[in-house]
Write a protein that binds this ligand. Structure first.
Ligand code: NAI
Length: 245
């Protein structure tokens, strides 16, 4: 378990990122929560601190190199090291390819893929000196199987899987592991808004007959962040209820 380890989590203020922060903190990790706005980032840090965890809010945009450099400088100034990076920040701008706007393509590739590249490059400087580290990229089942209406998002998540494997090869000699978690359909605020009928149709495509929870994803991240996973690198861990094998 990552007790006392310092974990930087991007997009930590809500959804899957928030669950990852809470689960890692529950196992004793120190959390650096990164997100775009002060109020929601402070709120998740207050929630973490209320559980007795050590946590720090850093407001920044993962697509901006200067912000990313500052995130890791701040983490090192506060806690002396970074043991775990979870590249979780992500967005969608869905639409059929024929009508997709340039800015929707660029925005999704920029946050989901370039953001992970910038954060990984910045944390590598820290982790390579430590000669240890865990990097976990949150991909998606649709990066593995494709999805109509999400060409930009699927390309970004398939790209993230390629980035994961390349970085795993480059960083292995420093004892840094790099893995991806590929969530399936996860129950979030967005899916709560769907009708029971639509939710039942989604669940019918899943062998385990239910949507996943943010905690299902967080538990997989905790494993990949732990000492127990030291011989696993370049792996894509599907957490999708069997919907894609
Ligand atoms: P969400 O939209 O609830 O949370 C994403 C967080 O990332 C937000 O707090 C947002 O402010 C932050 N963020 C967005 N752009 C950012 C930027 N440029 N810099 C810093 N932070 C930024 O999303 P959710 O559902 O929790 O998803 C988290 C990750 O899991 C994403 O990478 C998403 O693609 C992935 N995922 C989600 C699935 C789902 O069903 N919810 C399924 C498969 C993958």
């Amino acid at each position: 378990m990552p007790k006392g380890k310092v974990a930087v989590i991007t997009g930590a203020s809500r959804g899957i990122g928030r669950s990852i922060a809470l689960e890692l903190a529950a196992r004793g990790a120190v959390i650096v929560a990164v997100d775009m706005d002060q109020v929601s980032t402070d709120a998740v840090v207050a929630e973490l601190q209320a559980t007795g965890a050590k946590a720090l809010a850093v407001v920044g945009n993962v697509t901006v190199t200067a912000d990313v450099e500052r995130m890791f400088e701040t983490a090192v100034e506060a806690f002396g090291r970074v043991d775990i990076l979870v590249n979780n920040a992500g967005i969608t701008r869905d639409g059929m390819l024929m009508r997709m706007k340039d800015e929707d393509w660029d925005a999704v590739l920029s946050v989901n893929l370039k953001g992970a590249f910038l954060c990984t490059r910045a944390v590598f400087k820290v982790m390579s000196k430590q000669r240890s580290g865990r990097i976990i990229n949150i991909a998606s089942v649709v990066g593995q199987m494709g999805n109509a209406g999400q060409a930009n998002y699927c390309a970004s998540k398939a790209g993230l899987i390629g980035l994961t494997k390349s970085n795993a090869r480059e960083m292995a000699k420093r004892s840094i592991t790099v893995n991806a978690v590929a969530p399936g359909f996860i129950a979030t605020a967005m899916t709560d808004a769907l009708s029971d009928k639509v939710r039942a149709e989604l669940a019918a495509q899943i062998p385990l007959e239910r949507l996943g929870s943010a905690d299902d994803i967080a538990n997989a991240v905790v494993f990949l962040a732990s000492e127990s996973s030291g011989y696993i690198t370049g792996h894509v861990l599907s957490v999708n209820g069997g919907m894609y094998m």
